[in-house]
Design a protein around this ligand. Structure first.
Ligand SMILES: [Zn+2]
Length: 621
């Protein structure tokens, strides 16, 4: 692994596409039908860190009262609204002023996301309390549906999008038979107050309103509209037409599909999330142009990402070659909008992986999972949420440009946002529930392993039921073990993602070495499987350096396997390339780096706790 490795170099290669065999359907001739997602309930996850996040978001959502959650809808519809006001962004205030007020920015904006997460968690756990909660909230919400809600709302499209998602998930995952009718009423109420087409952020479409009325995200609507149209079959055509209508083609997808980088200056999370709409325009709508737009957009995003996989300092995507991402290391503590950004990123990479069968999208998903959202601080009962990850790791170049943040010195720290119930309190429960569907994919005759997590997958090939148990303490240790249990011997392909960094990976089946041939980031084991068959995969993890951009080859992050190691130091860390690449593991999940000022402990993001850390080091030869 080269030190001065070019990001562009990392992006190329391995572009060959595996054709999906006999099951191609019209519109997907070039790449085969997308891989199928597994059901939330088909996977049992046993990773303690993932389960702790699930338990956190479950207990917070179950702890909120119905009246509190319904309050903004009721107030905005002019109804009685008893109960406790939970405040924060969730609160409705008729006199909200964006220049003065924090509370009241986006009333009820997270409601649909929470109903979605409750439904997903019901599908994961089968806990009837979660199902009752999701259905009960929809039932109460249905009594508040009103066009006024959208007229008084700075984010009519955003709120509508989340409601669509919540109702769709309650219907497909929690058996809410009323959800399609509630969705129909919601759609009817929203239409008069939606812009009718994709409006880019900060474009004025409602006259006489201040700038805070231009922050809506109508360009993210198609994703859930396509999904709901596919879910509802013939009755879904109205949502399908609406989805087609809201594609942000002229200013975003058309130039992206042509390879023009138009990301610079765009709001980070929402425009990455919009790439998921492009992917659904392809998956549901069959549009090759939109697949191209999403692929190009993803590559452009990767080229401006931090080593953690995060992107968009101060919530802005940057122009290539502007040096602004590098400059942010000395200026900004709002480096990556973690829960919303990781939710968008993990969906996007899931869709891209399913459609291209290219493991590099899985590599990227894994990187974002371990280095960002898995280390998010838990959601608090009062709405305090983890929002930005902080990659501050360079001394301010211009000492005259003192900002209050400079008092913290060099280095980052995890902290709660000052906002309560922000956007990120809505996306965290959704991204956490999706850990259950990101690890595996299926197509007839093949199962694809994307994430290495202790877990069990249950599925069927024809009349045969199969259980595959995955064990190991990856990424703490390099070995992954898979054990099969089948109702009868059966032939299928086991596809294993081999991360691009895993040089010298090896594979054994039933104790015998098997040659490992990697095609587009996946190795295949094709055989007749029977109960007791065991696969052992070794993914060696040697320390490597990754630079943020080629103009600053001395500013690098240390990576081991999928994880960045953060130096626990409050001063800028200077070390040599030799020391960095010969980092010594000093315990489980802990390394020691020899720096110019003595030994420094390094840990992954999930272990930084409340300590000050440096994401990027100064690495000199
Ligand atoms: Zn957010």
């Amino acid at each position: 692994m080269s030190f001065k490795i070019s990001r562009r170099g990392l992006l190329q290669g391995g572009a060959a596409i595996v054709v999906g065999g006999a099951l191609q359907r019209a519109g997907f001739a070039a790449v085969g039908a997308p891989l199928e997602e597994v059901g939330y309930g088909q996977v049992t996850l046993k990773s303690a860190m993932h389960l702790a996040q699930y338990e956190n978001v479950r207990s917070i959502l179950m702890g909120l009262s119905d009246d509190s959650l319904l309050m903004p809808f009721r107030k905005m519809a002019g109804q009685d609204a008893p109960g406790e006001d939970i405040g924060g962004w969730y609160q409705y205030r008729a006199d909200y002023d964006y220049k003065k007020d924090d509370a009241g920015l986006a009333p009820s904006a997270t409601f649909g996301q929470w109903v979605s997460a409750l439904s997903r968690m019901y599908a994961i756990s089968g806990d009837p309390a979660l199902q009752q909660r999701a259905l009960g909230l929809n039932h109460l919400y249905a009594k508040t549906i009103a066009t006024q809600y959208y007229a008084k709302n700075r984010f009519p499209a955003y709120c509508f999008d989340k409601l669509v998602c919540g109702l769709m998930d309650a219907h497909r995952l929690a058996g809410d038979a009323d959800a399609p009718a509630i969705l129909e009423q919601t759609h009817k109420a929203a239409l008069p107050e939606l812009p009718g087409r994709a409006i880019d952020r900060e474009a004025i479409w409602r006259q006489g309103k201040d700038v805070s009325w231009t922050w809506d995200e109508s360009y993210t609507l198609p994703e859930n509209l396509y999904l709901v149209s596919a879910q509802m079959g013939a009755e879904g055509h109205v949502y399908r037409e609406m989805a087609d209508h809201y594609l942000d083609d002229a200013t975003y997808f058309d130039p992206l599909a042509r390879g023009e980088n138009v990301l610079g200056g765009k709001h980070a999370y929402s425009y990455v999330n919009a790439l998921c709409s492009a992917m659904q325009a392809y998956i549901t709508g069959g549009s090759e142009k939109h697949l191209q737009a999403a692929k190009n957009g993803f590559d452009m995003l990767l080229a401006q990402s931090f080593a953690t996989g995060g992107w968009g300092p101060d919530e802005l995507l940057r122009k290539p070659g502007s040096g602004e991402v590098f400059a942010s290391l000395a200026k900004s503590r709002n480096s990556f909008e973690t829960p919303c950004g990781s939710y968008a990123h993990m969906k996007l990479t899931r869709y891209l992986l399913r459609c291209t069968r290219d493991g590099r999208y899985g590599d990227s998903m894994e990187r974002v999972m371990y280095n960002t959202v898995l280390g998010a601080m838990p959601l608090q009962p009062d709405g305090h949420a983890f929002y930005y990850a902080d990659y501050h790791s360079r001394a301010q170049v211009d000492p005259a440009a003192n900002s209050p943040e400079e008092a913290l010195g060099c280095g980052g720290k995890r902290a709660y946002s000052s906002h309560r119930w922000p956007c990120c309190s809505g996306s965290l429960p959704q991204v956490v529930a999706d850990y259950w569907i990101n690890g595996y994919f299926h197509e007839p005759g093949a199962v694809w392993v994307n994430l290495y997590l202790p877990s069990t997958l249950r599925w069927r090939e024809g009349s045969t039921s199969i259980e595959m148990e995955q064990e190991g303490t990856y990424p703490e240790t390099p070995e992954v073990r898979l054990r099969m249990k089948t109702s009868q011997p059966i032939s299928f392909s086991l596809k294993l993602r081999i991360p691009a960094w895993a040089e010298g990976a090896t594979l054994q089946v039933n104790g015998r070495p098997v040659p490992l041939r990697v095609v587009s980031g996946f190795a295949t084991v094709q055989r007749r499987w029977k109960t007791g068959d065991t696969v052992k995969l070794q993914l060696p993890m040697r320390p490597r350096l990754e630079v943020l951009d080629e103009a600053h080859p001395e500013t690098a992050a240390v990576m081991v396997g999928p994880r960045v190691l953060f130096a626990l130091a409050s001063d800028q860390v200077v070390t040599s390339r030799n020391h960095a690449l010969n980092l010594q593991q000093s315990g489980l999940g802990e390394w020691m780096l020899q720096s110019a000022s003595g030994p420094i402990r390094m840990v992954p993001f999930t272990a930084v706790g409340s300590q000050v850390y440096s994401t990027y080091l100064q690495v000199v030869d």
